[in-house]
Every structure is written in structure tokens, then in C-alpha cells.
Write a protein that binds this ligand. Structure first.
Ligand code: SAH
Ligand code: SF4
Length: 410
């Protein structure tokens, strides 16, 4: 989400006479578009703000970062601008102060989003902003405001423009894409509309287990350009905690969705976000999470240790936190469990052939390429192939958890 916003901000400012530089040291104005969902990145963002402020730059705090701490941020920045205020950015960028109303429209912002000319083979497109869920641990509803869906024609215009400029993969983004709704058009309708455009690969994130409908899987199964991958954060395998977190589903319901998805789309890749160390998490709750992970056999997962985030519900609700060493130990155990499953799954890829879209070269060897399968698994290809090309790759072996393969002629 922030990546997309940054790309549009860049376009907006360029069109309004500002010159972009990749090197903050050479810039007069430095914009830090920060995420505050977890504590660690937020700390880094504060360091960046202080660093550039000390060096005499005009420093702008943007994104959720701006929305969360508002006035306090003025100590480290000149301008504080929330994500729903970007329409005014070209006018306010040289002013000082706090602009964080989140009931604003984003018409101009999306106009610039459609105008973006520097586009890659793979691009994000925002379909909705905000979130109404108020999961207890989460700051997003406070930083991004109420859920707001973008008109389908506006989304389609942007996607068409990107395709015309060479984009091959579009990822539709929103905090909870499944609750997309605009004048009678729901998420499955939107997916269907986008799939009719000449786009090679369509992805979407994030899905919510409470709101996803099986009809979405039916469409994914029918449309060859909708990729067989779903990112479906589960957070915990404990029903008690799911309820406390206000997630709105049970572990049984989650398993039902996953099983249904695999039945409808046999090669679907399923990934999730999982959290440990919620203040009331017992050893038994944690074991339910491990058990769920083994039952579901995730293809990959992002795993986090809970951190209290002001002004989330949990921040005020729980006076005491779990001892850090307990959370760290659980996190380690969870990572190990997921990793074992992931390695097994990657080894299962050996001997099979996958369509890969090349997105760069391998980290340690420029002669090798790197790309993603339709299911969003990164693989290394033993040949130099230009970015954006599609090739068939036969996996020959696995290095750690990275599948490696050779291109094959079809
Ligand atoms: N809208 C998405 C993701 C939001 S934030 C969803 O509903 O799943 C991305 C992930 O960050 C969450 O899925 C959660 O696992 C993690 N996260 C959010 N708040 C957190 C907190 N306070 N501490 C640790 N992890 C958190
Ligand atoms: Fe946060 Fe829950 Fe909304 Fe996701 S669904 S953004 S976790 S409140």
C-alpha cells in the first residue's frame, strides 16, 4: 500500500514541478512514507526523520506514520500529511503543520495514479482504502480511516493504462479486498471485470477469512489470468484468541475455507500472517496455532510477535504483556514449524514445470534469473533472462527453501 502511494506521490510532485532524486542526501525535501503496524519499522522511520531533520532537510512524515502520532511528529518533521490528504500534497508540501483528516476524497491522487508513466512489469493498484474491522491489536482503522471502495471504472482505467504502458502483472490492493463494494459491484464482480482486460497476471491482497466468498475461488478457477494464490491472514489457531481479537471466524471456519479453496483450485498457494505473543496467549493457545499450521500446510507465512500499538483496542485493554522471552521462544518455534513445511513443499516442486515471470537476477549471481510462479513462489532460473519475460521452468533442485530450475522449450 505504501509502495503504491509513494509511486503516485512521486508522479504528483513531478507533474507539479518538483524534481525527483533517488538520493535523500541530495534532496531538499525528504518524504518518509511510513508504516506503523508494528513497532520495529516505526522505530526505524523515526530515526530516518531525525537524521534528515538534523541535516537541514525539509522533512515530510507521510502515510500511517503521520496519522498515528500527528503533533508529536512535528518535533522531527516540518510537515505531517496523512494518507487521505494526498490530494492536497502539491499545494501543502512547502508549508509546515499537520494535515491528517481522513475523511477526504482521493480524486486527484487517483488521477495522478492513472497518469503514472514510469511503470514496471508488475504494479499495484489500490481498490479500496481504510478498514472497518478494528481487530483489537491493529492500528490500521485509526491510521487509514473508514473503509472506502474506489469506483470500478476508475480502477479499470488505471489498469488499462498500466497494460498499455507495458505492465503484465497487476496486484489489486486493500486492507480487506473481499469487502470491496461500490454501487452494486462486489469483489468477485470487480475481479471478473479486470480479468476481461488484456492483463497476463492478476493478483490481490489482503483477503479476510470472514469476508471471502467461495464465489471468488470459482472465478479464480475459471479465469486463467487470475493467479492461484491467496494471502489469508489467520493470526492464531486458538478460537479463544480469535474471538478476543475480534477476527470474526473460528479455526474450523478457516480450515473449511482453505479446504474449499484447494478443492476448487487444486494448485492454489495459500499464505498467511500469523501472530504470537498476544497478551492473553497461553501455551495451549500457542499449541493450537502450531496445530493449525500443520493442518493447513501453508505454502509460506509472515510471522510476527505482537507489539502493543497505540491507539489500538488491545493497547488500552491489556495492562500486562507476556514476558518477551516467552513470545520470542514461541515465535522461533513457529518459524521452525512453518519452515519445515515450506521446505517440504518446495522439494515437492522438483521435477515439475512452472510458468515463471522473470523479475530480476538472483541475489548472489547475476548470471541467474529470479522470478515468480503463478502461485507467487520465488524460483531461481539457471539462465540469464530479461525482466518481464514469461518462461516455463522445470525445477531440478532446492537450495534451502529456494527452488532452482532450468528453462524448458515448449
Ligand atoms: N489487513 C490485513 C493486514 C493488516 S497488517 C489483515 O487483516 O490481515 C499486516 C499484519 O501485521 C497483520 O495480519 C498482523 O499479522 C500483523 N500485525 C498487525 N498489528 C500487529 C501488532 N500490533 N503486533 C504484531 N503484528 C501485528
Ligand atoms: Fe487491521 Fe483487522 Fe483491518 Fe486487517 S482487518 S487492517 S488486521 S483491523
Amino acid at each position: 500500500m505504501n509502495e503504491y502511494d509513494s509511486a503516485v506521490i512521486k508522479e504528483m510532485l513531478k507533474e507539479n514541478g518538483f524534481v525527483y532524486t533517488n538520493s535523500p542526501d541530495a534532496a531538499n525535501i525528504v518524504i518518509v512514507n511510513g508504516c506503523v503496524v508494528r513497532e520495529k519499522p516505526e522505530k526505524k522511520e523515526f530515526e530516518l526523520l531525525k537524521y534528515y531533520k538534523k541535516r537541514g532537510k525539509f522533512v515530510v512524515s507521510a502515510g500511517c506514520l503521520a496519522q498515528k502520532d500527528k503533533e508529536a511528529l512535528l518535533e522531527f518533521s516540518d510537515l505531517v500529511v496523512g494518507p487521505m490528504e494526498y490530494d492536497n500534497l502539491p499545494e501543502i508540501i512547502k508549508r509546515r503543520g499537520v494535515f491528517t483528516d481522513y475523511n477526504k476524497e482521493r480524486d486527484k491522487f487517483y488521477e495522478y495514479a492513472r497518469k503514472r508513466d514510469e511503470v514496471g512489469f508488475s504494479e499495484y493498484v489500490t481498490i479500496m482504502t481504510g478498514c472497518d474491522n478494528f481487530c483489537t491489536y491493529c492500528v490500521v482503522p485509526f491510521t487509514r480511516g473508514r473503509e472506502k471502495s474506489r469506483p470500478p471504472w476508475d480502477i479499470i482505467d488505471e489498469v488499462k493504462g498500466l497494460i498499455a504502458k507495458g505492465t503484465k502483472e497487476i496486484t489489486l490492493i486493500g486492507q480487506n479486498v473481499n469487502s470491496y463494494f461500490y454501487e452494486g459491484v462486489d469483489f468477485k464482480d470487480l475481479l471478473q471485470m479486470i480479468s476481461k482486460l488484456n492483463v497476463k497476471r492478476i493478483r490481490f491482497t489482503t483477503s479476510h477469512p470472514r469476508d471471502i466468498s467461495l464465489a471468488v475461488f470459482d472465478i479464480m478457477a475459471k479465469k486463467d489470468n487470475i493467479m492461484p494464490h491467496i494471502h489469508l491472514p489467520v493470526q492464531t489457531g486458538s478460537n479463544k484468541l480469535l474471538k478476543e481479537m475480534r477476527r470474526g471466524y473460528t479455526r474450523e471456519e478457516y480450515i473449511y475455507i482453505v479446504d474449499a479453496a484447494r478443492k476448487i483450485i487444486p494448485d492454489i498457494v495459500i499464505s498467511a500472517d500469523i501472530m504470537v505473543g498476544y497478551p492473553t496467549e497461553t501455551e495451549e493457545d500457542f499449541l493450537s496455532t502450531l496445530d493449525l499450521v500443520k493442518r493447513v500446510q501453508f505454502d509460506y507465512a509472515y510471522m510476527f510477535i505482537y507489539s502493543p500499538r497505540k491507539p489500538s483496542i488491545a493497547y488500552y485493554r491489556y495492562k500486562e504483556q507476556l514476558p518477551k522471552e516467552v513470545a520470542v521462544r514461541r515465535h522461533r518455534r513457529l518459524v521452525e514449524t512453518v519452515q519445515q513445511i515450506v521446505i517440504k513443499k518446495r522439494k515437492d516442486m522438483i521435477g515439475k514445470t512452472y510458468e515463471v515471470m522473470i523479475d530480476g537476477h538472483a541475489k548472489k549471481n547475476e548470471g541467474l534469473s529470479r522470478g515468480k510462479t503463478r502461485g507467487n513462489i520465488t524460483v531461481v532460473v539457471e539462465k540469464h533472462i530479461p525482466e518481464g519475460e514469461f518462461i516455463k521452468v522445470k525445477i531440478t533442485h532446492v537450495n534451502g527453501a529456494t527452488p532452482i530450475g532450468k528453462p524448458i522449450k515448449t
